[in-house]
Design a protein around this ligand. Sequence first.
Ligand code: C5P
Length: 235
Amino acid sequence: MKLLYEGKAKQIYETENPNEILMHYKDDATAFNGLKKDQIHNKGILNNKISTMIFGYLKDNGIETHLIKTLNERDQLCRKVEILPLEVIVRNVFAGSASKRLGIEEGVPCKEPIFEICYKCDELNDPLINDTHAIAMGIATREELNRVWELTAQINQLLIKLFDSVGVRLIDFKIEFGKDADGNIMLADEISPDSCRLWDKDTNEKLDKDRFRREMGNVEEAYIEICKRLTKEEA
Ligand code: C5P
């Protein structure tokens, strides 16, 4: 199969159907825009399971996604979409770059969710932009951004509910959107502990990629814990 694109944690392959792609989950982990690199044992398998579960839940709740079906431990068959070069970030609790930039302690709840977009560009370190930048740069139209924000707000509410039901606080997360040939905007990429901050509701223990970024240890164990709680099966 022809490799179409290789990202930091996934590979995208061509399939026989021109409207579909295969998304392969690797164990590679990077942080700080690739400056820190390592492997997390079984991460690809765990993220595939976790993202499959979450995308299935979102679909059941009316959110259109690119996922067609999960093929095996590491591969998903997805609709081919044109990915908008935007990282859409939602924050329910201050943490990470927002805490640093705004001088607000990690763990302080946001009075309202914060919605951010960053321009996906490694060379520029994914700079924070706003809607007018995205429109001016030709990344998306006003109508497309309105749809992105409508879906993002719905996804946030659904994810808060899902994680709360398994004893996890959804601190923040990053999602990506794609556009199909008819111009429909839909959720793409993945949702996993790589792209979310997830804290245990009772202990505030971090169950996400911050364990890797901050060298806290027990990274695989944290991903296993999220997988177990979401899928109710042994990871
Ligand atoms: O680093 P920052 O605090 O801006 O990250 C906010 C959220 O977006 C975190 O959940 C982080 O895991 C996610 N994120 C991501 N990919 C990036 C940047 C942030 O998944 N390139």
